[in-house]
Design a protein around this ligand. Structure first.
Ligand SMILES: [Zn+2]
Length: 111
């Protein structure tokens, strides 16, 4: 969660930096000072770009992680899903998917 917040903050900061860069870049171009325009690109444009890249990577790594945790959850609750064969830990008999108890020995399959 902290990763997502840091990623968003970095991206927002980067957007401000890039906006500032573009504004100054075209400002200097209009004043026919290409050297100053290039200077602005390097001094604020480059860090802005790196911040944006870092922020996007953080946001993507967070969303990737939360997507991966979903199937893991499905498997855990999938015990009661029909069509899936489970066997008793105690006697090895086939379990009824509608019940948490073994029909042969009565062991609680979820305990
Ligand atoms: Zn059993």
């Amino acid at each position: 969660m902290a990763r997502l917040i840091i990623g968003i903050i970095l991206t927002v900061l980067a957007l401000f930096l890039l906006l500032f860069t573009i504004q100054n870049y075209f400002g200097y171009q209009v004043e026919l000072e290409p050297a100053a325009a290039n200077m602005v690109l390097i001094v604020t444009g480059l860090p802005g770009f790196l911040l944006a890249a870092g922020g996007v990577v953080l946001i993507f790594s967070y969303s990737k992680r939360s997507r991966q945790s979903l199937p893991r959850h499905d498997i855990r609750v999938g015990n009661s899903q029909p069509g899936r064969t489970l066997y008793c830990r105690n006697c090895g008999g086939q379990l009824n998917t509608n019940s948490n108890y073994c029909p042969k020995c009565g062991t609680n399959a979820l305990a």
